[in-house]
Design a protein around this ligand. Structure first.
Ligand SMILES: Cc1cc2nc3c(=O)[nH]c(=O)nc-3n(C[C@H](O)[C@H](O)[C@H](O)COP(=O)(O)O)c2cc1C
Length: 210
């Protein structure tokens, strides 16, 4: 085993194919993504994008395990540099750790959400023969993009989320028990109320033709 690599603990999905074979390409991933529709599922990607709005107030309603699996599987479909998947997901289930994360995230109370995923960079997985700087840059992009995919998947499943970027890296690493640097903390649950999306600047101001 490569001692320089740091892996999180294993993850047990809610359901697995009858003849689960970890050697079969994408078997578990496809199984979870294609599993029977859950309570709410919006398959119109653009409608999902148009409706997404960050939530900082979550209802007490627990999130179904199958939805968590889908949100995690969605992250695994994101593109990554060289397909090296230079990121890891820490699924924080321990209520004490969630509460500790509130403190590590600048005392943002909503971090103690029904579902908390910490996306970490893992540049040691990125096996390009490039400078460490480039590998780290790839890993942060991998981790960020994966979290973005999860955020959209959460919306499609009738959940809402808040992306947390304001945290003390060292404290988060201590709480979740890793040497890998976090890039974002994604907190999810059923929203207490559904709100309209926030305004954006005019598209014409956003795009620069060169
Ligand atoms: C990189 C990044 C960091 C963020 N950090 C925080 C944060 O620490 N706390 C928080 O409440 N929201 C945070 N947000 C959420 C933004 O405030 C929110 O996405 C933004 O206001 C736009 O609202 P919307 O997501 O509803 O479109 C962050 C979002 C991003 C993309």
């Amino acid at each position: 085993m490569d001692e320089t690599r740091v892996y999180p603990q294993g993850y047990e999905p809610h359901d697995e194919p009858d003849s689960f074979d970890p050697g079969l390409r994408n078997q578990l991933l496809d199984y979870i993504l294609k599993s029977a529709p859950t309570e709410v599922i919006d398959t119109d990607l653009f409608a999902v994008m148009a409706k997404r709005r960050s939530t900082r107030k979550f209802s007490e309603k627990p999130v179904e395990a199958t939805k968590v699996d889908k949100v995690i599987a969605a992250a695994d479909t994101a593109p990554t540099a060289g397909n090296y998947q230079g990121f890891e997901i820490f699924y924080v289930r321990d209520p004490k750790k969630k509460q500790l994360l509130v403190g590590a995230c600048n005392n943002q109370p909503y971090v103690n959400a029904p579902v908390v995923l910490v996306f970490c960079k893992n540049p040691s997985r990125v096996r390009f023969d490039f400078d460490e700087y480039v590998l780290k840059k790839f890993a942060i992009q991998d981790a960020t993009l994966a979290a973005g995919y999860s955020q959209l998947a959460a919306q499609a499943l009738g959940l809402s989320s808040i992306w947390i970027g304001m945290f003390d890296e060292q404290k988060v690493m201590e709480i979740i028990g890793t040497a890998l640097t976090p890039s974002s903390v994604l907190c999810m649950g059923y929203p207490e109320q559904t709100r309209f999306p926030k305004p954006r600047r005019n598209l014409k101001e956003l795009v620069h033709v060169v």
